[in-house]
Design a protein around this ligand. Structure first.
Ligand code: ACO
Length: 402
């Protein structure tokens, strides 16, 4: 093969940074992470001060508008979202085209792309008013779409939103309610889900957010950009990790619960065997979100009186990993996804929906990052360079002579 170092010398000015390990793609004033110290702040506020104290809509407002809302501002923001929760009827019928077993993340991204067909006169990414209403529409409609994706997968009728409820309650009722039975919303469940959304609300230039920015840098509209972000999030190395963790825990349990032998397979780098929910590109210390989620998982399973043997397996995995040189030397700690799946499961969500919940939480971050990029006059279209490793010039041979 061609030596990469020789190519770098040849091109002189192009840097090769696979996976963007050291390359900043933008300047941003939204989220601060110190990966070595395990610090995460939204607009300067430590995550520990926001989680469980500020509501998801409050944090969404903070991310998008760079200020904590006053009660009046929050009420106005919530009202604006509330009046847009309905989907067009054509959009409802759109769901019938998917197979019953469609993955809800694929349905989610398809439906978000389809949203742009309904708002063609309000898609201009350079018009701040159109950007604002697109953001509000997305915030309002994504929970409705997410609930429909779930209802579709179980063959249930698609409900309408109930705008007398708050953001998370409305989503829970659409997801778990049925026309034939009154669904009693458990405020404890609503509160936990709200907090998990807060923990996922932004995480600077991760894979999906970078995707949202890259697509938007071509001045594609917000729906198109966010749909691309949802697709990026679906990968098991990113948002898909939360369901992969649960599948891993279930597999360990099915194999007799031998945590040590699973860890040995991870360390032997057996193909396809990773400790899912561990490791992070930026955190080389305990992910501060994981610490909050771990505590919440313990509380939830105790409060809801739904003990889960998988929690014990997760604790054991963490304990063994944190004392093992393989993980210690590589600075691999639990990330936000390690314990979230256990909570989602306790709340009644099927595994396939876990990454959809991540997307609901991440949405205000995508909106804020996209809007920040659009309002920055120095923004350029994202267009990475490459190192060409293919053939030098060749001569074409007509097909009749080959
Ligand atoms: N299990 C076992 N080994 C791991 C793990 C893991 N989860 N994560 C990293 N490693 C090892 C790698 O094999 C590598 O070892 P080596 O130096 O011997 O080659 C070393 O640790 C460094 O790992 P990289 O893959 O280079 O780290 P990178 O920053 O590229 O990847 C990632 C980060 C994708 C998160 C990785 O840790 C991973 O795959 N984790 C599991 C999936 C996961 O939980 N993803 C969620 C991420 S957080 C989020 O999206 C919310």
């Amino acid at each position: 093969g061609i030596e990469i170092s020789a190519l770098l010398k040849e091109t002189g000015y192009v840097t090769l940074d696979q996976g963007f390990v050291n390359t900043a793609s933008c300047a941003s004033a939204i989220t601060y992470i110190d990966g070595d110290a395990g610090i995460l702040r939204y607009r300067g506020f430590p995550i520990e001060q926001l989680a469980g104290k500020a509501s998801f809509l409050e944090v969404s407002y903070l991310l998008i508008h760079d200020a904590l809302p006053t009660p009046a501002q929050l009420a106005e923001f919530a009202d604006k979202i509330r009046v847009h929760t309905l989907l067009q009827e054509e959009m409802r019928t759109f769901f019938s085209g998917f197979p019953r077993d469609a993955h809800p993340m694929a349905v989610l991204s398809s439906a978000v792309t389809a949203l742009s067909t309904f708002y063609q006169d309000a898609l201009d990414p350079t018009d701040p008013e159109q950007v604002e209403i697109s953001g509000i529409r997305l915030m309002a409609k994504l929970p409705t779409i997410a609930a429909y994706a779930y209802k579709k997968s179980i063959g249930h009728p698609l409900p309408y939103p109930d705008n007398s409820l708050d953001y998370v309650e409305n989503f829970l009722r659409m997801t778990f309610g049925l026309p034939t039975v009154t669904y009693e919303i458990d405020p404890k469940i609503a509160k936990i889900l709200d907090m998990l959304f807060v923990l996922h609300a932004d995480h600077e230039q991760n894979c999906s957010t970078s995707t949202v920015r890259l697509v938007g840098s071509a001045q594609a509209n917000l729906f198109a950009s966010v749909a691309a972000g949802i697709n990026a999030l679906s990968g098991p190395l990113h948002g898909g990790a939360n369901s992969a963790v649960l599948e891993m825990l279930e597999q360990i349990r099915a194999d007799g619960g031998d945590v040590q032998s699973f860890v040995r397979r991870v360390k032997a780098k057996e193909k396809g065997v990773k400790l899912m929910g561990f490791g992070h590109r930026v955190y080389k210390n305990y992910d501060p979100r994981a610490a909050i989620v771990k505590k919440a998982a313990q509380d939830v399973l105790a409060t809801l009186d739904r003990p889960d043997p998988l929690l014990e397996i997760a604790f054991q995995l963490e304990e063994i990993a944190l004392a093992d040189d393989y993980f210690v030397s590589r600075k691999l700690y639990p990330n936000v996804d390690f314990y979230t799946g256990l909570i989602y499961k306790a709340l009644g969500f099927p595994t396939k929906m876990f990454t959809v919940l991540f997307a609901l939480g991440r949405l205000p971050g995508w909106i804020a990052q996209w809007a920040e990029m659009m309002s920055d006059p120095t923004t350029k279209i994202g267009r990475p360079r490459q190192l060409y490793t293919g053939e030098a010039e060749r001569q074409f041979v007509p097909i009749s002579e080959r």
